[in-house]
Design a protein around this ligand. Structure first.
Ligand code: NDP
Length: 276
């Protein structure tokens, strides 16, 4: 049972990762991101998901460094961008991210997209960073099963996390089944499909039963699927709403009803066909 915001899940290397985190894609560098992260920390979020390409690592760092929450209670994720992939360039990109964040380690460092011909060299750099203790865990984003299989053929360390687009319109059964078998944790990006799902009748009906919003129903569904979730908002009331998930629980039938919304519909690009 998942009953509190502090609940964590164990990665295959033993590290505990919060099941709920706070995403900051498209949150502006400067006062917007500082204020959003501080609000999230005050509410009780302990995991923050940024990336070099979001260009807000400095603001994330400022908010966490100014907060009273001890570093060892925080879980900070950042990601290496596509144009920085490759061995040396990943090592350099990691140093830049750490410096911007004002940290001496991150909790999780991720490959942002599976850049063809480069992600294996990138992974070698990630393994080095991990072995040096400068990232407590390493993983990937947007890897299909074939990408994971290919990476794992030559890897010394198996990815601990695969962060993928996941919401009721894209339930990713194949990747989730493979990751479960390999003990790789799945993390959902765009869990709310950018707000596009929030008037869905099934979600509204289930929400009415528990006096919860469709957003809360989706995020609870993530948690009960053992999928780590990182909703983004710059609106304090929504940041709070998205963390108020721990006083109700969906039945198996309701989980199935939400699964049935699936249409394999992506909000973002397919990892087999992206151009950036
Ligand atoms: P989300 O699915 O989290 O949706 C965010 C949008 O939904 C915002 O417009 C927000 O508005 C709105 N919203 C948030 N909460 C509510 C609510 N309770 N009710 C109504 N509307 C709400 O999208 P993201 O794409 O931001 O995904 C989450 C995180 O995943 C990102 O921030 C990022 O950290 C990560 N990500 C990773 C990717 C990858 O390739 N690895 C790709 C994309 C995202 P507002 O802010 O105005 O309140």
């Amino acid at each position: 049972m998942i009953t509190k915001i502090e609940d964590t899940v164990q990665l295959h290397n033993g590290l505990e990762m919060p099941r709920l985190g706070f995403g900051v894609f498209k949150v502006e560098e400067g006062s917007e991101v500082v204020s959003a992260v501080k609000t999230a920390l005050d509410i009780g979020y302990r995991s923050i998901d940024t990336a070099a390409i979001y260009k807000n690592e400095e603001g994330v760092g400022k908010a966490i460094n100014e907060s009273d929450v001890p570093r060892n209670e925080l879980f900070i994720t950042t990601k290496v961008w596509n144009s920085d992939q490759g061995y040396e360039s990943t090592l350099n990109a990691f140093d830049t991210s750490l410096e911007k964040l004002g940290l001496d380690y991150v909790d999780l460092y991720l490959i942002h997209w599976p850049v063809e011909g480069k992600y294996k060299d990138t992974w070698k750099a990630m393994e080095k960073i991990y072995e040096e203790g400068r990232a407590k865990a390493i993983g990937v984003c947007n890897f299909h099963v074939h990408h994971l299989q290919d990476l794992m053929k030559d890897a010394n360390i198996k990815p601990m996390v695969n962060q993928i687009e996941f919401h009721p319109k894209l339930i990713q059964e194949e990747v989730r089944a493979f990751c479960k078998q390999e003990n790789i944790l799945v993390e959902a990006w765009s869990p709310l499909m950018h707000g596009k799902l929030l008037d869905h009748p099934t979600l509204k009906e289930i929400g009415d039963k528990y006096k919860k919003s469709p957003a809360q129903v989706i995020l609870r569904w993530d948690l009960q699927h053992d999928v780590i979730t990182i909703p983004k908002s710059v609106t304090p009331a929504r940041i709070k709403e998205n963390a108020d998930l721990f006083d109700f629980s969906l039945t198996e039938e309701e989980m199935d009803q939400i699964d049935a919304i699936n249409e394999n519909e992506r909000f973002g690009p397919d990892p087999d066909n992206f151009d950036f």
